[in-house]
Design a protein around this ligand. Structure first.
Ligand SMILES: CC(C)(COP(=O)(O)OP(=O)(O)OC[C@H]1O[C@@H](n2cnc3c(N)ncnc32)[C@H](O)[C@@H]1OP(=O)(O)O)[C@@H](O)C(=O)NCCC(=O)NCCS
Length: 228
């Protein structure tokens, strides 16, 4: 089960709901400023798995910079789902998100979760509103998935670059094209998030004008004696 924006007041009801529905694992997020909720979760045997930091960019106040990358960015084409999946599988192998941080979860299946998510984003409008790819000689070497959260806010959901193409500015190029897509859909802001420790992603975002706005802890709580 998942709980977002956990507060100290809401925690007892969340735990009661999980227990009465025989939850095995609760993935709980809370604002890093909610220290009383953090400490209450620690007392209940929750384990910290990651820290997510959100960045935001006002798309109207300052112009979107030009794309100075050498690898062209374009819209995903039907039939490229497997190539996108392969990029996700290689880029997210051994990633340091909350699934990989939990020693009770199978690492291979945690890798697969990202590959599945990327593939689903290509196939279903429910997972993403747009998928962009970086095209190296006709072959996707990176992708980003985008969605509109509201009429005025777009979000970069997933971004990944194949290890052999990393460090060449592809992520920065993706951000430029992602902002243009959000603007074209009527958004005035774009948000994106990642693990606090993911410095290469944050460097790319800061380079194109994003600013940190808030952060969340992700805790896991296992409802059996092995977990805590
Ligand atoms: C994060 C990621 C998308 C960055 O893509 P990229 O195309 O390599 O990034 P860029 O080349 O545009 O570089 C962006 C910045 O990160 C730096 N950077 C790139 N690779 C780096 C690395 N391995 N270590 C440290 N810094 C790195 C670049 O120097 C650049 O910083 P600068 O502007 O100060 O020079 C890529 O590393 C990746 O796919 N990682 C795994 C998946 C992931 O973390 N996704 C993001 C969360 S959903």
């Amino acid at each position: 089960m998942r709980a977002a924006e956990v507060t100290v007041d809401a925690l007892p009801a969340i735990l009661e709901f999980c227990r009465s529905n025989e939850a095995r694992l609760l993935i709980a997020r809370c604002l890093t400023s909610e220290l009383s909720a953090v400490q209450a979760m620690e007392r209940e045997g929750f384990l910290l798995m990651d820290t997510l930091v959100y960045y935001e960019r006002d798309l109207l106040k300052t112009p979107i910079p030009p794309d100075q990358g050498r690898i062209p960015i374009r819209t995903f084409r039907p039939g490229e789902e497997d190539a996108v999946r392969a990029v996700a599988a290689s880029a997210f192998r051994g990633y340091f998100g909350h699934y990989h941080a939990d020693s009770r979860l199978d690492r291979h299946r945690s890798d697969e979760a990202y590959a599945d998510w990327a593939q689903r984003s290509c196939l279903s409008g429910e997972a993403a509103d747009e998928v962009l790819v970086a095209d190296c000689d006709g072959k996707p070497v990176g992708f980003t998935t985008l969605r509109m959260n509201s009429p005025t806010e777009g979000e970069g959901v997933l971004v990944a670059v194949a290890p052999e193409a990393q460090g060449r500015g592809v992520c920065v190029s993706f951000m430029v094209h992602a902002m243009k897509w959000c603007l074209s859909r009527g958004a005035s802001t774009m948000i994106i998030s990642t693990q606090l420790t993911n410095l290469s992603a944050q460097k790319a975002w800061v380079r194109v004008g994003f600013r940190p706005v808030q952060s969340y802890y992700t805790f896991h709580k296992w409802f059996d004696n092995l977990g805590c």
